[in-house]
Design a protein around this ligand. Structure first.
Ligand code: FA5
Length: 342
């Protein structure tokens, strides 16, 4: 009997089977040793003392064996943990990945710093905008062909039967918003923010883009001030040996209007077969011009007394030129191999 019990105990490999073994042999109800003890009544009087002593001794040995087995299992478990979880000081450390600023955020901040150094203040405006600010107040009335210059993403809410809300296509509405909040000039402000266009994307066009609007209004502000500010900013961003070109352009809210471009970093300006500058040798980075007198007057200022310049910079283009990134779509494709280079 004892042999059978000890064999069963040796086979129990975990706490649950130990407990099953204990119930089967030593359980109070019908453990086999308990049953033996109870059977003492059937044993003849003169043999009872010896019988009782023998069964009690068996019970004691089995209890001791159980404790011994339990302790052995625990030791084995500790040894296993020590073996498997041991500290191996020769293992190389695990790299802790560090977050970092997105290249567009960095470029945006650097641009703003350059303008702040020239006395510009930073303001912000809404991304969901009224068509009145995005278009009408910027001299782009409904049905004017210039609206086609910005393929608009509209918000589908109808107001008086018409769509009136949109995702701003440029930061220009903030020219109006800033002047509304500023009773009289001088105004000298830059407004950064995201803009959205229904755009077929390519190497230099995304449907979401970041712009910085600039606006300065005061007595005697001239085109040469505009050029001076933009040259100074470009020097801060690209260094002084990049070539910069202005050419005439049209925007309804400025007169005259210009575009500023920088020599293409891919083909270094020779343009042959270049997919980034489409063979022109130049990459356009901003639109600018002298604020249209009508907009000055609409703001409650006197256009015979004050003049202003404005510009709208494409921040993604600036970042491309800075770091030699040949495709704008890298910025928002969330590829860590690209992003962790900055
Ligand atoms: C404008 O948005 C005018 N509001 C700029 C302006 C402001 C002119 C103030 C005069 C006075 P345009 O659509 O050209 O203009 O965009 C300005 C700049 O934003 C471009 O030079 C380019 O750098 C950038 N940009 C425009 N569209 C995209 C696009 N789809 N993806 C990336 N950058 C773009």
């Amino acid at each position: 009997l004892e042999e059978e019990a000890l064999a069963g105990l040796a086979a129990a490999g975990d706490e649950a089977s130990l407990e099953r073994w204990r119930a089967a042999w030593l359980g109070r109800q019908d453990g086999r040793v308990t049953v033996l003890l109870r059977g003492i009544r059937e044993v003849p009087q003169e043999e009872r003392a010896a019988y009782g002593a023998a069964v009690n001794a068996l019970k004691g040995r089995l209890e001791a064996a159980l404790e011994e087995r339990r302790a052995a299992l625990k030791r084995a478990e500790l040894e296993r943990l020590a073996r498997e979880g041991a500290l191996d000081v020769t293992l190389p450390g695990r790299p802790q990945p560090l977050g970092r600023l997105h290249p567009i955020t960095r470029t945006l901040r650097d641009c703003l710093e350059a303008f702040k150094a020239m006395g510009f203040r930073v303001a912000e405006g809404p991304e969901v905008e009224w068509d009145r600010y995005n278009f009408d107040a910027a001299r782009i009335p409904e049905d004017h062909p210039a609206r086609d210059m910005w393929d608009t993403i509209w918000v589908n809410t109808l107001i008086d039967g018409k769509r009136r809300m949109l995702l701003r296509t440029h930061t220009t509405p903030n020219q109006i918003r800033v002047m509304e909040r500023t009773p009289q000039p001088p105004v000298r402000v830059v407004v950064p923010g995201k803009c959205y266009r229904q755009e077929a994307t390519d190497a230099t066009h995304e449907w979401m883009l970041t712009q910085i609007e600039g606006l300065a209004v005061d007595e005697g502000v001239r085109m040469s001030d505009l050029k001076g500010v933009l040259y100074e900013w470009a020097r801060a961003m690209f260094g002084s040996d990049r070539r910069i070109i202005f050419h005439h352009s049209y925007f309804p809210f400025v007169e005259p209007g210009v575009e500023m471009a920088i020599d293409c970093f891919i083909c270094r300006g020779d343009g042959r077969q270049c997919h980034t500058c489409h063979g022109t040798g130049w990459i356009e980075i901003l639109g600018a011009g002298m604020v249209h007198p009508e907009i000055i007057d609409n703001a409650g200022y006197d256009s015979s007394r004050v003049t202003g310049f404005a510009f709208g910079i494409g921040v993604e283009r600036v970042a491309m030129l800075r770091w030699g990134i040949e495709d704008i779509r890298h910025f928002y494709s969330n590829d860590l191999r690209f992003l962790s280079q900055f």
